[in-house]
Design a protein around this ligand. Structure first.
Ligand code: SAH
Ligand code: SF4
Ligand code: F3S
Length: 478
């Protein structure tokens, strides 16, 4: 499903850029065709994605461009063109990439014409690029997060060259619209509403690797959403590192609540989600919009990070425990059934037992439906990496286990509240273990398994929720 969009951009300069890149895609197509003929089979590609929804969306764009260039997608990494779209939010994300590059080298030895490309957040770090240049010379192309729209041009260069090409931009350029993209699922899609981040939470590397916050024009977003719905999409997830500050960088100021309202009124759009909301910018207006539109999912991912005011200040989060708890009260008053999920970091520099107890207290009070818990990972270049009081590993591990045990128990208890209810479930795929079952998601994003067939994929159907298994439900079609 390649989506070649008509060029009705909101910005003349980016229309010119789109035109140029489309012309490079034409050249790439010639090269791929000629090589496929020479080798006697169609050249294949594989894109492996690490990290968050932003990277997943970027990978759909890369996939769209590779398909448009005439490559055929392959399930495995023994392909003619392999891209790793990397993440660097925590140290272990980086280690995974280095570990797997060894495997790719093995494939390349068997297929010397194979091209290996690395892109994404890790590549915006100088130390990473130096290491790859030095220790992984078999990598053919390295590019970053800011020039992903130039991929067709880079693709032509790499196909015509035998040496390693490195193209990393320190700063972001304009937002370029309307390049080919694909959707992993025909019935749901992510839509970027903004790029980058200006918050500089002291532990976080994202602002350094994704650049400054910039919002897309509302008309470009709405046009994309409308087109997706016409194309059969029933669920859209609006994406940004902090969607609550959407619009602040636009000339004509518009709030995220205003944008959400516009998206919610698109006819036939059944479900709208968004990620991520920063508690410091969550407005009453947004809560009101969420409560007023039936197609906005009653789910909010509201990262807490820590329950301690001292830690929150050191993290540069700009809210307090009391403010966070008051947001939760307001959300539950307006949307009684709302599902709340969060991210929590354990072991931030200087975290004491008392600070950790404050985090546990918020967990007990909010009773999250689920929570992603992370051990603090030191990221070079961030302010926290130079802070005193790095917490000993064994202490962090103990706190982490204690937290994990509570969030899992509470999550399982919370999930009981939907047992016996009737829910709309969007069927996403056949069950991986049992092909007589299908798997889908409720409006609040919970997973449900039920009896069904492939034909149901992409449909929203009413389901009786029979049993909770903690992380998922068993249901029965009505
Ligand atoms: N923009 C989103 C988060 C993106 S990163 C937000 O502000 O909510 C996703 C999560 O990774 C963060 O919420 C945080 O909990 C975690 N994280 C980020 N940097 C980290 C680090 N250095 N160590 C451990 N966890 C980290
Ligand atoms: Fe990182 Fe904070 Fe920006 Fe989220 S809001 S991406 S945690 S700096
Ligand atoms: Fe990772 Fe980059 Fe996302 S660092 S979490 S892939 S923005």
């Amino acid at each position: 499903m390649i989506d070649f969009k008509e060029n009705v951009n909101s910005n003349q300069k980016t229309t010119e850029e789109t035109r140029q890149q489309m012309s490079f895609l034409g050249q790439a197509k010639e090269l791929v065709k000629e090589r496929s003929e020479r080798r006697g089979y169609p050249l294949t590609f594989h894109v492996t994605t690490f990290g968050c929804q932003m990277n997943a969306r970027d990978s759909e764009k890369l996939t769209g461009m590779l398909l448009a260039a005439g490559y055929v997608e392959k399930e495995t990494e023994d392909a003619d063109f392999v891209i790793y779209n990397t993440c660097t939010v925590r140290e272990n994300a980086n280690n995974k990439v280095y570990g797997r590059l060894g495997y790719l080298h093995g494939y390349k030895k068997q297929n010397p014409q194979m091209k290996i490309a690395l892109c994404g957040c890790m590549m915006q770090e100088d130390v990473v690029v130096s290491k790859i240049k030095q220790s992984y010379p078999f990598v053919d192309l390295i590019f970053g997060t800011h020039n992903i729209y130039k991929f067709p041009e880079l693709l032509v260069s790499v196909l015509e060259s035998e040496s390693q090409i490195v193209d990393i931009w320190k700063e972001h350029g304009d937002i370029v619209e309307d390049l080919p993209s694909v959707r992993k699922y025909p019935f749901k899609s992510g839509v970027n509403i903004m790029y980058g981040c200006n918050n500089f939470c002291t532990y976080c590397i994202v602002p350094y690797v994704r650049g400054r916050e910039r919002s897309r024009q509302p008309r470009d977003i709405l046009r994309e959403c409308e087109r997706l719905v016409k194309d059969g999409v029933v669920e859209i997830m609006l994406l940004g590192q902090n969607v609550n500050s959407y619009g602040k960088t636009l000339q004509q100021e518009i709030s995220f609540a205003d944008l959400l309202k516009e998206v919610a009124t698109i006819p036939d759009l059944q479900r709208i989600r968004f990620m991520t909301s920063h508690p410091k910018d969550l407005s009453d207006e947004l809560i009101e919009v969420m409560a007023s539109y039936k197609n906005i999912c009653p789910h909010l991912h509201l990262p807490l990070q820590s329950g301690s005011d001292t830690m929150l200040a050191a993290m540069n989060r700009h809210y307090t425990k009391a403010h966070y708890l008051s947001l939760v009260d307001r959300l539950r008053a307006a949307i009684p059934d709302i599902t709340l999920t969060t991210d929590i970091i354990v072991g931030f520099p200087g975290e004491t037992e008392d600070d950790f107890a404050e985090t546990m207290d918020v967990v007990e009070r909010v009773r999250y439906d689920s929570a992603f818990t992370f051990i603090y990972s030191k990221r070079t270049g961030t302010p926290a990496s130079a802070m005193d009081g790095q917490v000993a590993k064994n202490i962090v591990k103990g706190r982490f286990n204690q937290l994990l045990e509570r969030v899992q128990t509470i999550g399982a208890e919370q999930s009981e509240r939907f047992v016996g209810s009737k829910q709309k479930v969007l069927i996403e795929h056949l069950n991986e273990q049992d092909p007589s079952l299908v798997t889908g998601r409720m409006m609040n994003n919970s997973i449900v398994h039920l009896a069904g067939t492939e034909k149901m994929i992409g449909q929203v159907i009413p389901v009786n929720i029979k049993e909770s298994k903690g992380f998922y439900y068993l249901g029965e079609p009505l």
